[in-house]
Design a protein. Structure first.
Lengths: 801, 172
């Protein structure tokens, strides 16, 4: 195909037949171009987009941070650093904006895919009029792949029944390998490949599985495969790490590299980072370091115990992050070995939002405690850390760790706040490095144009010579709102092209225009989603225009240190009005749609309360697991037990840090309920199970249908009660953000460490079917209460993504 | 024989250094005769799981008793040789050991060992009950601790108290 073809309409039209077709081959002349494929524009380079998760402007050494990132440093030295690059303050919204080149609300991703709300900006349903740029590249002759974290598929669609219109392949990727969830254990990641979950994978070369390593191997294998197939076809690879999102899982050898390096605490670390940033020039002269919010404790106020624990939290986080840099380095080396690095446009974003404040001030041995609203003191956190292996286990599969809020704040130096807080640069400004020798004349240079994550798609299309399509699959396209800043690659003095941008995540808002930034932070701290806090924002109570505002002029105030709202009331009003205009245009309204369930605004209640799994169904995604929370339920299994007995797992969900398992061991029916790693409740049958066709059941009788309800557990065999016990606490929101339900075995980390040595502890009889009934005794009011809480749960789980 | 009544405390530490600090403070109290103990021991578990028992010696110095990683603390702390020499014996300047003649095999060690993961530490002390507050404030960096009264002077009494204290270490 020539470059004269119309690339504004996709798929690119098949060229007309230019040969001759006679009655027979005699006299016929083939047109070999007919069987060709759309080809990329001549000279179009490969494209590598790297996205690091949950990280801040002051994390990597490339931007003055304490975490050694030599490969990021190298890309910056051979390319450009952008120090005014912005993301949304949340995971999925940034990813949607990145891949579509449009504002997140405009493509339905104002919230998160765990909760689809019935407003256009919050449906989590990618509209067909917003074709992602990888799909555009795919249609223009690129091989495309996405490897790693996804977090853009509505939770209710993450199963074999689909639909698959929101899975990665449908976003324009020929190949996908990674996890769909907001986060995942790095040692037992539940992997999806293309349109199917393939579950937890084995390690290679005798080593245990580790996601960062495995995803890099997958990426390299894919590149090798593409190049082996076609020596010239350009590729586009989206490499999206699970790091540095919780759980902070990394081998000790990596965290040991930072031993003692954070003993000075977060206040001093901020100062040290800031000094390095000034020395590097990534913050301009005159920048001020913003002060610590009152919600975060001064390092000097902590006990020695807390200091030591917290310092180790950051050692692990730093090792985890450096490990991510290491694996990107492996990928880059592979591309270099193929001789293609200089013909690859590398776009590397260090953070889809600012570093995460969601660890609570203490940090946690299990992020799930925060997700489930379980408040723990620092003393309790230490006790539980001790229970699961002590400091040596922080970073291992025994925990699901998240560091203290204040470390995240330190990682966002020099800015205030962090993830979720769209009103401030701590949540919205992250490092960007671009390397492409063909265009960049001053390697190692710094760029300070105001840029936004939605600009990346338009930039890439611009640089590779592909126009933004107006029609895709017959659907007229909404224009990309991002703007190519290609000119700035060659010209440090190129003018800003992105001059207006709104920001909004979960009610926190900002309006930027021509250097002015109006911050409208709702008075909610990111780690609190409790009713007391939320009632302040109920419909009719919260009046967003009455939120306190701050005004900054960023050209003179890089870090938002000098609030000039009082001096420019007219600018405040102007930007407030402009925000609402943008909100109208891009479906931002109604604000707080993502929190709608907290205010009784709910999708219709489903009528089906039973789920049946025939045979050994595996790897059921967390969002599709029957909602055995805050209510009575039964799990009934029909088994075939051979003479001599059987053992193994009948059905299990989650891990030892949140989950349950119904299993047979020593001839007895056993049930374990893991309450977030805090308590374990175990029950077992009095006697041995019979052989032959056997029906077993575990029944939970909730004291009342309310969050975290206690209740009684009863075990039955063939209708006869054989055991009982009590759950003094039950999990209110969710066992795990990533670990799936399995029938007939317990994949990945098991729900009861007692049988960990036998994992996956496959059932040696036959599980014919398992039936969940989550509404055995509910009346209509109870059902509504449960439904309300379930939808709130969806929101809470996704907020951390 | 003294009429002093004793308690036993088991304290677990996330940070071994801080256990050392508390242990030294406790020993200092004994040296300064502000506290009477029948025995006090510091147990550390290194990152590889190797257990070491450090105890107050004849001169209130510490000496390490290295144990294999597979050796439970029941052996380290309460098997006959160490019971006398390490824990209850000549601690704190040669106090006559009230429980020294008894052999105690409480099973505490396995349980305590289970509660002390690699990289952690624990302190066990048998002390004058009247000084409970002093001991509590001295073991300031303990992540978790549990105390039990020793009702008499026999091995069963000590064993029962140890079991009670150990039970208090359970749960979250």
């Amino acid at each position: 195909m020539s470059d004269e073809i119309d690339r504004t309409v996709l798929p690119i039209r098949r060229p007309p037949f230019t040969g001759t077709a006679s009655q027979t081959l005699a006299g016929s002349d083939p047109d070999w171009g007919l069987i060709g494929h759309a080809k990329a524009p001549a000279g179009a380079p490969n494209v590598l987009v790297v996205l690091i998760d949950d990280a801040g402007f002051g994390n990597p050494s490339t931007f003055g941070g304490p975490i050694r990132t030599p490969h990021y440093d190298r890309m910056a030295a051979e390319g450009l650093r952008y120090n005014r690059f912005h993301v949304t303050a949340m995971c999925s919204p940034t990813r949607a904006a990145l891949l579509t080149g449009r504002n997140h609300h405009a493509v339905g991703m104002g919230g998160i895919p765990e909760f689809s709300c019935g407003f256009p900006g919050y449906s989590a349903m990618l509209p067909r009029d917003a074709a992602p740029f990888p799909k555009v590249m795919q249609g223009n002759g690129y091989s495309t792949a996405a490897i790693g974290k996804w977090h853009l598929t509505p939770e209710g669609e993450q199963g074999p029944a689909g639909p698959f219109t929101h899975w990665p392949n449908a976003w324009g990727f020929d190949y996908y390998w990674g996890f769909l969830a907001p986060e995942a254990g790095q040692y037992d990641t539940m992997i999806a490949e293309n349109n199917k979950f393939i579950g937890v994978q084995e390690g290679t070369d005798g080593k245990p599985f580790y996601f960062p390593e495995a995803m890099t191997d997958q990426a390299i294998d894919w590149l090798h495969g593409v190049r082996g197939h076609d020596g010239e076809k350009p590729w586009m690879l989206y490499y999206s790490t699970g790091c540095s999102h919780a759980p902070h899982h990394v081998a000790k050898e990596w965290s040991d590299r930072y031993k003692g390096q954070f003993d000075q605490g977060w206040d001093r670390l901020r100062e040290e980072t800031f000094e390095r940033q000034k020395a590097l020039g990534v913050v301009p002269e005159g920048t001020e370091l913003t002060p610590r919010p009152a919600e975060m404790p001064a390092w000097d106020s902590l006990s020695e115990n807390s200091k030591r624990l917290f310092a180790h939290q950051m050692e692990v986080y730093a090792g985890y992050s450096e490990n991510a840099d290491h694996h990107v380095g492996r990928l880059l080396s592979s591309i270099e070995e193929m001789g293609e690095l200089d013909n690859t446009l590398v776009v590397w974003i260090w953070g889809d939002n600012g570093a995460s404040l969601e660890g609570t001030p203490t940090g946690s041995f299990n992020e799930g405690t925060m997700v489930n609203g379980l408040p723990l003191t620092d003393q309790e956190q230490m006790q539980l850390a001790l229970k699961w292996g002590g400091l040596e286990a922080w970073g291992t599969e025994m925990m699901y760790p998240h560091y203290s809020t204040a470390w995240a704040w330190a990682g966002n130096t020099p800015f205030a706040w962090g993830k979720q807080v769209a009103s401030h640069l701590g949540g919205t400004r992250d490092p960007l490095v671009i390397r492409w020798p063909a265009k960049i004349a001053d390697p190692g240079g710094l760029r300070s144009q105001f840029t936004h994550v939605s600009d990346i798609g338009p930039l890439i299309l611009d640089l590779v010579g592909i126009p933004q399509p107006t029609l895709v699959d017959g659907v007229e396209q909404q224009p990309m709102t991002g703007v190519s800043f290609a000119e700035s690659l060659a010209d440090a003095e190129a003018p800003d092209v992105h001059t207006r941008q709104y920001f909004e995540n979960f009610g926190n808002r900002a309006m930027y225009q021509d250097g002015w930034w109006l911050s409208m932070r709702m008075p909610r701290i990111p780690w609190r989603l409790d009713p007391e806090m939320l009632k302040t924002f109920a419909p009719g109570v919260w009046k967003p225009d009455e939120d306190p505002v701050e005004l900054y002029y960023l050209p003179d105030d890089f870090s938002q240190a000098r609030d000039v709202a009082a001096e420019h009331p007219e600018k405040v009003e102007e930007l407030k009005a402009l925000f609402w205009e943008e909100a109208e245009k891009y479906h931002v309204k109604p604000l707080l749609s993502g929190f709608a369930p907290f205010f009784g605004i709910l999708p219709p209640i489903g009528t089906n309360s039973t789920t049946t799994y025939y045979g050994n169904v595996q790897n059921v995604a967390p969002g599709l697991v029957p909602r055995v929370y805050n209510r009575s339920y039964t799990i009934t299994a029909d088994l075939q037990i051979p003479e001599g007995g059987a053992e193994g797992v009948i059905v299990a969900d989650g891990t030892h840090l949140g989950g349950f398992s119904l299993y047979v061991e020593d001839g007895k029916l056993k049930h374990t309920y893991a309450f977030l790693g805090v308590f374990e409740y175990r029950q077992e049958s009095d006697g041995a199970l019979p052989s032959g066709d056997v029906q077993v059941q575990v029944a939970f009788a909730a004291d009342e249908p309310k969050p975290a309800t206690p209740g009684d557990i009863t075990l039955y065999v063939n209708g006869e009660q054989v055991g009982k016990g009590r759950l003094e606490h039950s999990v209110p929101f969710g066992f795990s953000g990533y670990s799936g339900l399995d029938v007939g075995q317990d994949n990945g980390l098991v729900a009861d460490r007692a049988y960990a040595a036998k994992a996956p502890f496959a059932f040696t009889g036959t599980v014919k079917k398992v039936v969940f009934d989550v509404a055995p005794h509910l009346d209509a009011d109870d059902d509504l209460a449960i439904h309300t809480h379930a939808r709130q749960s969806d929101t809470v789980r996704g907020v951390n993504g | 024989m003294s009429d002093t009544e004793y308690d036993v405390v088991i304290a677990a530490y996330l940070i071994p250094d801080l256990a050392h600090d508390d242990f030294d403070a406790l020993v200092r109290l004994v040296a300064e005769k502000e506290l009477e103990v029948e025995g006090v021991a510091l147990v550390t578990v290194d990152p590889d799981g190797e257990v070491a028992v450090e105890e107050t010696g004849d001169h209130l110095g510490r000496k390490g008793v290295k144990l294999g990683g597979g050796v439970g603390l029941v052996v380290g702390l309460f098997s006959p040789p160490l019971l006398a020499a390490t824990v209850v014996g000549a601690a704190a300047g040669g106090v006559v050991a009230k429980f020294a003649k008894h052999q105690v095999s409480s099973g505490l060690g396995e349980k305590l060992g289970g509660a002390l993961p690699p990289g952690s530490a624990g302190i066990l002390a048998i002390y004058d009950r009247a000084k409970t507050d002093l001991v509590t404030t001295t073991l300031v960096s303990a992540v978790r601790s549990s105390t039990a009264e020793i009702d008499g002077g026999g091995a069963k009494d000590l064993k029962a108290a140890l079991a009670e204290a150990q039970a208090g270490m359970g749960g979250g």
